[in-house]
Design a binder for this molecule. Sequence first.
Ligand code: F6P
Length: 359
Amino acid sequence: MNTIKKIGILTSGGDCSGLNVAISGVVRAATLKGWTVYGIHDGTEGLTSDPLSYEILTLQGFSNTPWAKTAGSYLGSLNKGVNFDLLDMVAEKFKSGVQKLGLDALIVLGGDGSMGVLEYYCEKAGIRMIGIPKTIDNDTPLTDLSVGFRTACQVCMESIDNIETTARSHHRAMIVEVMGRDAGHLAMQSALAGYADICLVPEIPYTLEGIINKLEQIKSTGRTHAVIVVSEGIKTENGEVLSMCQNVLGEKVHGGIGEYLAQLLTKNYGGFQIRSTRLGHIQRSGHPIFSDRILATIFAAKAVELLDEGKTNLMVSLTNGHVVAQPLSEVIKAGSSTLKLDSSFIKAAKILGMYIGEI
Ligand code: F6P
């Protein structure tokens, strides 16, 4: 029997485009069922802080504002890592927050890391949980797509297009560093869509010689510019993943490999002048494109439907074109989903003559 009267919704981890579309969808569907929707501020912090930080989301309020269709998280989000030593202490505070608000269930917009932690908190608090996958990295397992990925690809593709104009003018090889953490989905798909010449991803080792050979081959065709896309998670020659900053727990956040490669190529190869651009957080901020808006909307509707059916501990997912529900335990067990070497994207890149490393 369904006893839901109040649900919470929060966004957890790095923000991305489409979060507000999903929040809006949940508010619309839940309100029609007569439920009250509590928007929790700043991820779990809104439920663990003193005083609690939240607002009631209504059709007349949040979902009728322009916020519903913009990037970012209207509710605020945290991307600060998890201190596992404090997990049970935070879980207790979370439980108390849930009890104060009288929540029956929580909808979590998060990536692979958030799903595991939030499932733990919700179980301790004795409430139901449904996850909606979101991340520009597209590394949430057991779903073909996560909310925000395709808008980030759009931003990267447009940046590649734009950078190619200056590469052509100055006869340069331009490196574009994109995010993605340890998964190459964002780099590979935007490189394919942007017709890049070289794409380096964490899943495939590369050599300096391989990059230079490709650049030489481009020159031999008479073309005087090139575009190289690199994923932030690829390693240096010494096997190191570079970082330019840390999260609040002191964990390294990837970044800087583009500039490293630019310097390495400049030192070892005179065939092209090299420049590097790190796209950075602009990748998380594009106006949600059609495919993210539709994905966020159908995920939101499914999440509310699952709660209405009395279900819990599930993550909505897109599998073979259908929105289905995956057990959270399976999602958590699967870990991060990286680029498969037999994927259509890798196959296409090879057939199209892109240098993607030693594969
Ligand atoms: O996971 C999303 C992501 O944007 C990664 O692609 C990137 O490595 C990281 O978050 C950046 O984190 P921060 O927001 O802490 O700089």
